[in-house]
Design a protein. Structure first.
Length: 529
């Protein structure tokens, strides 16, 4: 069963007022929203809020022409009927998220230098969840507060909702009662609801596809492109307070049942995942299919690539790698690497032996590692062109081997004035951050943002095998990634990734066998769902 789709269907019913029956005795949401506005204005007068906390608050209402209008803080009014996606039940109202919150803020910058084994909790994106708002407590970090600590606005309190605002937008975490003193970093936003607002309903609603679609409408695929204003402007349906409580109780019960389904399918999913990993592991060890002694050895393929590279170097088309190396097996059956005049044993880096016709290579020996870039998002002529442009977000839930386009495209001038590059068809696209390991083969010329370290093989016949071999080596790549807020593999480090390389004909046979076995496993997965 697709429990993610089930959760979204339930949330869709909830935001449309179809999950629980309405009670005509409930106080209308419009009265609740007016009371919240008055409460926030009084808090500003009392010094409990800053004027900037209410400067963007708006009022959404239905006029006599039966259209939706929005009254802005400066008193101006605009029609927003084109933003309203569906009708609400009697007693409900539309509101911007910022108008129902005490305030919305983000966390502290530059505190990584204060990390310690003691001190206060420092919550990061890794502590947030995708399909719930339960805090993840398995990757905690602490900090000794600096002398210039920001104060209470970045310190979490009970019922604060944390919200990821970079990389994967919209992951959540709700602060429970009696939580110890904790602060948030700059990649996490904090949504503090007024006590007048029911804090159980809105965390669920922010998980809905309706809200998440709004996040990605404004996000341009670039880190730090999602701002606090974007959270404040999220359009949300507001039920009467009594119905909010009933909806939240119903959702809580349904979530428990869905979690039970997840738990029951976890064993089968784990078995399937392990089966795929085992297949890939056998494939890169040369143990999935028999070798053919008539195959041209992989060493001959590598020599041919070296000769072609040397010709490109002499032609001035590429530069010589100052750390160019050669991996070989010595007479003592150990593996060595020669870099210049230095020779060192690298057995510790090679976890298994290979068939005689195979060799170990680094990625830089067989392909060029190419990063990406993002044109400036505020220059319209850089965007909506005819050059496909991918971000890791385009790969969320994507399982096909080949990819032809993402959600956005850039122009020739956008390409020229950014670090983005056009990768030729059959390049192997590999996400290098948040998360590491999204992978596909370019079906056509394509570009990516800086979240990729892609491989352009010197022989494109290797691409299908590289696709599976990089999948198999992702754990190793992740272990070599660095970073505090989120891990990333650099281009130079990606280039050093060691790949077991079969003869070119065996590469094709390995690819075909892995694909055949994965098709069988996929059929099993579908039958379980």
């Amino acid at each position: 069963m697709d429990t993610k789709a089930l959760r979204q269907k339930v949330l869709d019913l909830a935001i449309r007022g179809k999950l629980v029956p309405q009670d005509p005795n409930d106080e209308p949401a419009s009265i609740l929203l007016e009371r919240i506005r008055q409460q926030k204005q009084q808090m500003v007068k009392d010094g409990k809020l800053k004027p900037k906390d209410i400067k963007n608050d708006t009022i959404i209402f239905v006029s006599e022409d039966n259209l939706h209008y929005e009254k802005l803080a400066d008193g101006s009014i605009k029609c927003i009927e084109d933003e309203i996606p569906f009708d609400l039940p009697e007693g409900w109202a539309w509101s911007r998220m910022g108008s129902i919150c005490e305030y919305i803020t983000s966390g502290s910058r530059g505190w990584a230098q204060y990390y310690s084994d003691t001190g206060r909790l420092f919550l990061r994106m890794g502590n947030l969840s995708r399909d719930s708002f339960e805090l993840r407590m398995d990757n905690l970090q602490r900090v000794d507060l600096p002398d210039n600590a920001e104060g209470t606005r970045t310190r979490v309190a009970e019922n604060d909702l944390l919200f990821s605002i970079t990389a994967e937008i919209g992951m959540l975490g709700l602060i429970p009662a009696n939580f110890e003193e904790a602060y948030i970093n700059q990649h996490v936003g904090l949504i503090r609801f007024l006590k007048e607002a029911q804090t159980k309903y809105f965390p669920y609603i922010l998980m809905s596809a309706f809200c998440r679609d709004q996040y990605y409408t404004v996000q341009r695929g670039m880190k730090n492109s999602f701002r606090l204003d974007n959270i404040q402007n999220i359009l949300t349906p507001v039920p009467p307070l009594g119905e909010q409580i009933r909806i939240a109780e119903k959702l809580s019960s349904i979530w428990l049942h869905i979690q039970q389904i997840d738990d029951e399918s976890e064993t089968a999913t784990d078995i399937i995942s392990k089966a795929k990993s085992k297949i890939l592991d056998l494939a890169i060890r040369g143990q999935l299919i028999p070798q053919d002694p008539n195959d041209e050895p992989a060493s001959v393929l590598l020599e041919r690539i070296r000769a072609e590279k040397e010709a490109l170097i002499k032609a001035g088309k590429i530069k010589r790698d100052k750390k160019e190396s050669v991996i070989f097996r010595g007479e003592d059956n150990s593996y060595y690497e020669k870099i210049g005049d230095e020779i060192r044993c690298i057995d510790s880096k090679l976890p298994f032996d290979l068939p005689d016709s195979w060799i170990f290579v680094r990625l830089k020996h067989i392909g060029e590692i190419v990063g990406g870039g993002t044109p400036k998002t505020n220059i319209t002529e850089y965007w909506d062109g005819n050059i496909p442009w991918l971000t890791p977000a385009d790969f969320r839930g994507y399982e096909d081997m080949y990819v032809s386009a993402g959600a956005r495209a850039i122009t020739e001038i956008g390409l020229k004035f950014s670090s983005a590059q056009i990768l030729p068809a059959n390049s192997v696209l590999y996400s290098s951050r948040a998360p590491i390991g999204y992978i596909a083969i370019a079906a056509n010329p394509i570009s990516t943002n800086q979240g990729f370290k892609s491989v352009v093989p010197y022989d494109f016949a290797m691409s299908p095998y590289l696709y599976y071999s990089l999948k198999a080596r992702t754990d190793d790549i992740v272990q070599r990634a660095t970073g505090t807020t989120f891990k990333e593999i650099s281009g130079s480090e990606m280039a050093e990734t060691i790949i077991p390389l079969p003869p070119i004909k065996e590469q094709k046979r390995v690819f075909e066998k892995v694909s055949q076995l994965f098709e069988i496993i996929t059929a099993i997965e579908k039958s379980l769902n």
